[in-house]
Design a protein around this ligand. Sequence first.
Ligand code: GLN
Length: 381
Amino acid sequence: MLNFISKLPHVNQSIFSAMTTLCSEHQAVNLSQGFPDFETPNELINLVYRKMLSGHNQYAPMAGLLRLREILAEKIEHLHGYYYNPESEITITAGGTQAIFTAIATIIRPGDEAIIIEPAYDSYAPCVKIMGGFVKSITLEPPGYHINWQLLRRLISSQTKLIIINSPHNPTGTILDEGDMQELIKSVQQTDIMIVSDEVYEHIIFDGHTHLSVSHYPELQERSFVISSFGKIFHNTGWKVGYCTAPSKLMGEFRKIHQFEIFSVNTPIQYALADYLQEEEHYLQLVDLYTEKRNLFSHLLQGTKFKLLPCKGTYFLLAQYGDISDEPDINFAKRLIKDYGVGSIPISSFYTQNMDYKTLRFCFAKKDDTLKEAAERLSKI
Ligand code: GLN
């Protein structure tokens, strides 16, 4: 028998794939995995088609199409006040998840420690472990999910190389405010700790709040990989295109890994995105679009037994079901699919210790009719 030892013995199929598969099996309304059920803009699809017809079908430059990187540099400067050099500080990636992997692989060596704030996106901890690192996590609790920075600082040791942050936050819908950013600065100042800042929901933020990017704060920018995604902005998560920004020295190391992992990303789509990004309305209008969807879905759920938590950003709404059942959230989420035909994600799957606060995540990046159908089914509980 071949002796083969798994690097990730405790990892199963991702909860997002598992719940989406279960939804298809039961023809449930799928509010689990985070993706829109409405189309990417026609104009953008036509642009890709035209770019293909005009012969942009071979490898893109390893770091991404320069024109796209130049436009991103301007966009980031306009929004956050820092100009990343498009030549050396921006890389186009095959989606946010690849950028997260590559950034973590750039930083973490065997024995290093990374601090993760849970609940957290499911890829962070496995990426650290694949690189031979150790995860230390702090646990946020509902309803506020506030970060206790003193507690976080207690986790820092001489081995700590990385803190991963995420705002707007998947799955809780919370955002980091100015106080949090100052606490983060206080936590890493005078250390060599690096930051991976997952900002893929940067344009989905509500009620007059503005997204605070680490790139706005020099003390953070100098040590950060910032991760962004086009899939979240232009409703095409299946195109798998994102990008990462970092100071040139760090980005140089990132690219050494990126080039052997992916080499380069889909060419015609990069040309199309470069054109489509010229119009800032194309991404700034997301605030209105998703504010309406959040409000509609929250309103529709008012009459149900679910207790809704505030959602300041992202396209996820958390709902507590403690008044309906005391089943573990994973069981309850499965039963919701099988008996009521609505898919969600149990929040315990975002905690390494699977903490169960009887809370589910619903994705409201859906057509109004889909949200209405889901709410009607949920109101039968
Ligand atoms: N980011 C998406 C979510 O949180 C899904 C990503 C994935 O399926 N890997 O649902």
